[in-house]
Design a protein around this ligand. Sequence first.
Ligand code: SAH
Ligand code: SF4
Ligand code: F3S
Length: 469
Amino acid sequence: MITEVSEKELMLQREYIAKVKEINSKLSEIPLAHVHSFGCQQNVSDGEKIKGMLALMGYGFTRETENADLILFNTCAVRENAEDRVFGNVGALKKLKENNRNLIIAVGGCMVQQEHIAAKMRKSFPQVDIIFGTHVMHNLPQMIYEKLADRKRTLSIPECDGVIAEGLPVIRESKVKASVPIMYGCNNFCTYCIVPFVRGRERSRKPEDVFAEVEGLVKDNYKEILLLGQNVNSYGKEYGVSFSELLRRLDSIEGDFKISFMTSHPKDCTEELIDTIADSRHISYHLHLPVQSGSDRILKEMNRHYNRERYLKLVEYAKKRIPDVALTTDIIVGFPGETYEDFKETVELMKTVQYDSAYTFIYSRREGTKAAAMPDPVTDEEKGVWFRELLEVQNAIGEKAYERFIGKTVRVLCEGIGRTADGLMTGHSRHGVIVDFNGTMDMIGQYVNVKITKSCPWAVVGELVGDTD
Ligand code: SAH
Ligand code: SF4
Ligand code: F3S
C-alpha cells in the first residue's frame, strides 16, 4: 500500500531534528556534513532533502570527506559499476573512521534497498553506522539522533510499496534550476531494470502540491523547473489528472521560466503531450525519449510495450509539431540474447531519428530482474566492439546536429561564463542547448536574444540581437 507519511510521523522527526540540533549546538565548532548523491536526478533531488534536514539539525556542509563529521552517500543501483564505485568510496572511509571515532557514516538509497547489498555493507564495512533504504529517508533525524545518543548502529530497509513524504525541508544545489519530483517509483518492470525493485510502486504527488511548489519556486525567481519521475507520462492516475493536464496547469503560471521533465516512457508518450509542449509558453522544446533498442524482438524481451514503428511515429510527430525539437535517448547495448542484427537495427534507428545526443550503456546484469535469468552468450569484448560502433555513429550525428540552429535567433537565460572561447557568456536555449554569446557579467540571471552563428558538437555560439524569431 502507498501511504503519505502522516503529519504525526513528520512531527516526531521534527522533534528529533531539534534534539540533534541541541547536541550539535554544544560543540565548539559547527559540525560539517559531506553528502554525495550518485545516480539519477531523482536521487540528487532526494540528496537536496537530506541536506535540508541536516541543515536544520545544525550541520554545515563540506565538499571534502577529510574534515567531515558526518558522511552520507545516497547510492544508485542501476548498473554494476555504479555499485562498485560506492563500495570503493565507502571502503576508503575506513581510515577516516579510525582517526575519528565520532565520525558518523551513513549509506542510503537504491543500492542498499537491496537486501543482499545491505547485508554485505553491514558485514564487510563496520565503519558504516547507518544504512537506510529508499522508503525511510524522512526518518534520518531519528537515526542520527540514536547514533549520537546511544552509539547505536542502524539498519533500516523496510520493504513496502512506497511512501510520499510532503513538506521535507530542502537545500537546492542551484539558485536557478530546481528539481521537483512529481511521482516516485515505477510499475513498468522493464526486464533489465532494478528501479521498480528498489523504488517501490508508482505513486504521484497531488497535483495541487506540485502546483504550489512550482508556483513558489517561480516566485523565488527560479528560472528552470525540472519535473521528475521514472515515467512522467503515467503521472496522476490516482487523481484523474494526466501529465499533459498537469503541464498545462503549470504552464499557466505567470513568470519568466522554463519547464522541463524527465523521463518520458515512449509507451505512454502521446500526441497530446507533444501538442501540449508545442502550444505551451514555458515548456522546453526538448524530449528525452529512451528507446533502449531499435529491434522489435529485443524491445519485446525488454518488456517495453512499444515497437520501432510506434516510436518512430512519435518522433515524426514531435519533429512536425515542435520547432527544431531536441531529441535525446538512452540505449542499452548487449541485452541478453541480442544479436549483431538486432544491434544494427538500433544503429539504423539512431540514424533515422538523428538525436542531439544519446546516453549509451552496456547491459549490466541486475540480480533479481527477469533478464538476469536469460541466456547471455555474447562476450563482454564483443559488446564493447558494438558499443564503440554505436558511439561513433552518434558522434558523427551529434557533430552536425546543432547546425539546424545556425542563422536562427533564440532566447537564452544568461547563466555564467562560457567555455567555447574567452570573453563569452553562456546559457541554455528553450531546447536545452548550451549557447555561448558576447554578453557581459551583468546579464547573469536575465533572458537575452542571441543569433546563432556557429555550431559545435556540444554547444552553439552566437551574437546578441534585439528580437527573437
Ligand atoms: N525510467 C527511465 C530510466 C531510468 S534508468 C526510463 O524508463 O527511461 C536510466 C537508464 O539506465 C535507462 O534508460 C537504461 O537505458 C539504463 N539502464 C537501466 N538498467 C540498466 C541495466 N541493467 N544495464 C544497463 N543499462 C541500464
Ligand atoms: Fe526502469 Fe523501465 Fe521503470 Fe525506467 S520505466 S525505471 S527503465 S523499469
Ligand atoms: Fe539509480 Fe535509483 Fe536513480 S537505481 S538511477 S538512483 S532511481
